[in-house]
Design a protein around this ligand. Structure first.
Ligand SMILES: Nc1ncnc2c1ncn2[C@@H]1O[C@H](COP(=O)(O)OP(=O)(O)OP(=O)(O)O)[C@@H](O)[C@H]1O
Ligand SMILES: [Mg+2]
Length: 258
């Protein structure tokens, strides 16, 4: 097992974020993390990235518990930071260099990889941000920032990609590009999204966090869209009114486009 959480519970300032979460992810799996606003998706991804320790329970990477001792162990820490990366929900939280070029070469330089500049250029090309090379990331559009942030983690050529709503700011063409791109990458992914219609393209297994911050479902994505009762319980169905000329009616929506 590459990633494992054992009865993980966490609060933020007394605010419940996760309750008793057991999750096992094998090498090469593609897991889609679903759940309503505040259900705990970002908290779970940050715990998997070792950014903090859970209040209760434990997180393991490749058999090693992610505790203070592991992350304080120079060799393990370096390996973990290279192999496991998190694309934050807010790309701004990841971009703090004066140019895209420096943004992309920072990670490789910090991890003392060979030819940081060449790696940066190569990944800028592959992720379609080469034309932004000299621009300050703070000036970019939200979608451009999201792509640059993605390039800045991919440049490490990780084994595990933790993606927090990676398509949230992308236009339809960029979303299509990202889905295709991820399908071709030989990595393990855990992707949080609100986009139910995209979920089957992002993985074959769904983990749904409920509003009580527990795992409501861990199973196949196939058929999920038909399980309206479950989706309603997870608050993943939206209901709103339609107007058709003078007529108005209301019904549940699962697809993002209807
Ligand atoms: N830094 C923080 N300080 C205080 N409370 C926090 C913090 N981060 C998250 N929370 C709370 O923890 C709970 C889980 O938040 P989290 O961001 O993990 O949810 P989420 O599923 O990612 O939501 P969204 O879909 O809106 O991104 C929420 O109630 C949130 O208000
Ligand atoms: Mg979130």
């Amino acid at each position: 097992m590459l990633i494992r959480t054992e009865s993980v519970s966490h609060d933020h300032d007394g605010c419940p974020a996760l309750r008793g979460v057991d999750l096992v992810v094998a090498r090469g799996e593609r897991v889609v993390l679903l759940g309503s606003n505040g259900s705990g998706k970002s908290t779970l991804l940050k715990l998997l990235d070792g950014l903090f320790e859970p209040d209760r329970g434990a997180v393991f990477y490749d058999g090693r518990r992610l505790d203070r001792a592991a992350l304080g162990d120079r060799d393990f820490h370096r390996r973990f930071r290279r192999e496991v990366v998190l694309l934050f929900q807010e790309p701004e939280a990841m971009l703090f260099h004066p140019s895209v070029a420096e943004e992309l070469s920072f990670g490789p330089r910090q991890l003392e990889l060979d030819d940081p500049e060449d790696r940066a250029r190569q990944w800028a090309e592959r992720t379609g941000v080469a034309h932004l090379w000299s621009r300050p990331p703070t000036d970019l559009s939200r979608g451009e920032k999201q792509r640059v942030a993605l390039a800045a983690v991919l440049v490490l050529e990780p084994r595990v990609l933790l993606l927090d709503e990676p398509t949230a700011a992308l236009d339809p063409r960029s979303t299509g590009w990202l889905v295709d791109f991820l399908q071709d990458l030989p990595v393990t992914t855990v992707t949080a999204t609100h986009n139910l219609s995209l979920a089957p393209e992002l993985g074959d297994r769904a983990v749904i966090l409920g509003e009580d911050h527990t795992v409501l479902l861990d199973g196949a994505i196939a058929g999920l869209q038909e399980d309206l009762d479950l989706l309603r319980r997870a608050n993943l169905v939206h209901r709103h009114r339609h107007r058709h000329g003078p007529h108005e009616h209301s019904h549940d929506h699962v697809h993002d486009w209807d």
